[in-house]
Design a protein around this ligand. Structure first.
Ligand code: GUN
Length: 296
């Protein structure tokens, strides 16, 4: 029987664990962790994501806050807003919701977020630490996938992981994390042999069929067909594509699921795990910043 990796239930369990850890942290330090989101424009999907992140913060006992800025915002206004959040001692995590409008240089804005407040793990300092195998924060979606594997006790050491997609948010960091010698979740959830494929990879199906673990993060609805998957593979689907009034992943779930050892559904798979890990990172940021404050 195929194991359906229930991201929603696992996320709920983790967020409940975090609620207790946040309560203990507040009791010990008198500090309430706070996640500040910056939302530019009125893209409906971004509104939903940011709303869900705020609700999750409050449910975990953390403070939230959203700075809403118009689509027409200037880069300087955004620079000033991020600067104000960097300087605000009550804020521990800063999340600039992507994508930003075209007139904004996204890298410039993301590079301005203070590395200790960078709960998305987008800052070059944090990406560098991740790359060297000594991460400060782990990026939320890759961390969510690794955690899901760990919670279902599906070790990946010595396995061949094929990643479809080379984005800075998912493809590159998940590849890096799974090929390290060790991980926060133990060596069994690292030490993979990793191949990263993308839209320019020749003979893609030949590559994906070699995967013991296939990670689909290519942003194309039902791109991964049954013929592209080895029998008994573990398939993690990061895609969220709107087709008509339905959300579908990057994997043709109905065709692929029957031949898998385990698979994430869309929705209720990887997506909810991203939010749980963002909460985890916000508590970690509060711990790091509070410890630094009391030692200086
Ligand atoms: N937009 C889509 N995914 C993400 C994410 O993980 N973080 C941020 N900040 N924006 C996103």
């Amino acid at each position: 029987m195929t194991i359906v990796l229930d991201g929603r239930a696992t996320s709920a369990t983790i967020r409940e664990e975090l609620r207790e850890q946040v309560a203990a942290f507040r009791e010990r330090t008198g500090v309430q962790p706070k996640l500040a989101a910056v939302l530019v424009g009125d893209d409906p999907a971004s509104q939903v994501y940011v709303g869900n992140k705020q609700k999750a913060s409050e449910a975990a006992g953390m403070a939230g806050g959203v700075d809403r800025l118009p689509e027409s915002v200037s880069e300087q206004e955004l620079v000033d807003r991020v600067g104000a959040l960097n300087d605000d001692p009550s804020v521990h995590g800063i999340l600039v919701q992507l994508p930003l409008p075209r007139q904004i240089d996204s890298s410039r804005i993301l590079d301005l977020v203070h590395p200790l407040k960078d709960v998305d793990c987008f800052h070059p300092e944090n990406v560098g630490l991740l790359c060297q195998g000594r991460p400060r924060y782990l990026p939320c979606t890759p961390f969510g996938m690794q955690t899901l594997l760990a919670r279902y006790d599906l070790p990946i050491a010595d396995k061949h992981v094929v990643v479809l997609g080379r984005s800075d948010i998912v493809g590159k960091p998940i590849g890096l994390m799974l090929l390290q010698r060790d991980s926060r979740l133990g060596a069994s959830f690292a030490n993979a042999t990793v191949t990263i494929c993308h839209s320019r990879t020749p003979n893609l199906a030949e590559m994906t069929r070699q995967a013991d673990v296939l990670i689909a993060a290519i942003g194309k609805a039902k791109f991964v067909t049954r013929e592209m998957v080895k029998e008994g593979a573990i398939v993690l689907d990061v895609g969220i594509n709107r087709v008509g009034d339905k959300l579908v992943g990057d994997v043709d779930y109905d065709a692929v699921a029957p031949i898998c050892r385990a698979i994430t559904p869309v929705p209720k798979g990887v997506g909810p795990m991203t939010i749980a890990m963002l909460m985890h990172n916000t508590l970690q940021a509060a711990e790091l910043i509070t410890a630094k404050g009391s030692s200086s």
